[in-house]
Design a binder for this molecule. Structure first.
Ligand SMILES: NC(=O)c1ccc[n+]([C@@H]2O[C@H](COP(=O)([O-])OP(=O)(O)OC[C@H]3O[C@@H](n4cnc5c(N)ncnc54)[C@H](OP(=O)(O)O)[C@@H]3O)[C@@H](O)[C@H]2O)c1
Length: 279
């Protein structure tokens, strides 16, 4: 199963996220790929991610015969306000240079000469898009035009910001990656814009942002009827409404369980119930 962006690149339907894995990153990425994940998300941001350790896992996997072209690699440019003292670029350089340096260092960390998806980790301001956002987006567009990344995208974006980007950018994002709260209709406003523009919507923290829904008798009844866990029901729901879910599990059994969600089928009543569960 895969999704398709408007520039006709196919994207795996489930992604393994590597935030907060610290020194376990190498082992967990290897385990995730061995379990069946083909898409990996990271960021060039040492506060939360160990991109170079993702690269170590990729080297080990290639020695096992899992070549780079069988994997979908996504990483991010994190603006200086989201970095600590270990900024992976010269933060005093202009923004265009910052993006280029960060991108080149990501390629080196991941031992590759191209990315499948390159994401702006978040706009510089909470509302609207400012001069810095446009400058960075232009730098990211150039990476796409150069062929060094097959897709570009943006994360932590509001509906207003995404609409502006789609209306004014030379190249619209192909990917959006947002934290997905059930209480906000699973980010329905942003997902609607993605649907309109054929942008792939990636939902993260589907479990950790929505712990309250696991007490809901409706979703518990669905899991019981299907003989599966609550996490799998949430991931399957995400897929059936057109999202690409990320899982951040650190448990090899949960990796397999999460992948198993692709085999489930929710009825339209199930989907309707979950869509409105936290609202
Ligand atoms: N763009 C951004 O700003 C941003 C921000 C945050 C995250 N992300 C991306 O999204 C990824 C996922 O985020 P997340 O870690 O918050 O996602 P998540 O999958 O919602 O949360 C992970 C938690 O869910 C548990 N879990 C997963 N599968 C389970 C299962 N089958 N049964 C029971 N528990 C299960 C994990 O426990 P176990 O470890 O015990 O399985 C872990 O505690 C990150 O790694 C990162 O790549 C991006």
């Amino acid at each position: 199963m895969s999704l398709m962006t408007y520039n006709k690149v196919s994207v795996p339907s489930f992604m393994y996220g590597t935030a907060w894995k610290k020194e376990a990153t190498t082992r967990l990425v290897q385990q995730a790929v061995e379990a069946g994940f083909t898409a990996i998300d990271t960021a060039n941001q040492l506060i939360h991610y160990q991109e170079a350790l993702v690269g170590d896992a990729l080297l080990a996997l290639s020695k096992q015969g899992i070549a780079r072209d069988r994997l979908f690699l996504q990483t991010k440019f994190t603006p200086a306000n989201g970095q600590d003292h270990r900024t992976p670029y010269d933060a005093s350089a202009n923004l265009m240079t910052q993006v280029t340096q960060s991108f080149d260092s990501s390629l080196a960390h991941l031992h590759t000469d191209y990315l499948d998806s390159y994401i702006l980790h978040g706009p510089y301001q909470r509302q609207g898009l400012g001069a810095a956002d446009w400058e960075v987006w232009t730098a990211i567009e150039r990476l796409y035009q150069s062929g060094k990344t097959k897709m570009i995208g943006i994360s932590n974006v509001t509906a207003e910001q995404l609409s502006q980007l789609c209306a004014r950018a030379a190249t619209k994002p192909m990917m959006v990656q947002n934290r997905c709260y059930a209480a906000l209709g699973w980010d329905n406003e942003v997902r609607e814009i993605c649907r309109t523009h054929s942008i792939v919507y990636q939902g993260f923290s589907l479990l950790t942002a929505n712990r309250e829904i696991f007490a809901d008798p409706g979703i518990r009844a669905i899991a019981q009827r299907l003989g599966t866990g609550l996490a799998q029901v949430v991931f399957r729901f995400a897929m059936q409404v057109g999202m690409l879910p990320l899982t951040g599990t650190t448990n090899p059994q949960h990796m397999k369980d999460d992948l198993q969600s692709q085999q489930l089928t929710l009825t339209s009543d199930d989907v309707r119930l979950i869509e409105t569960i936290g609202m």
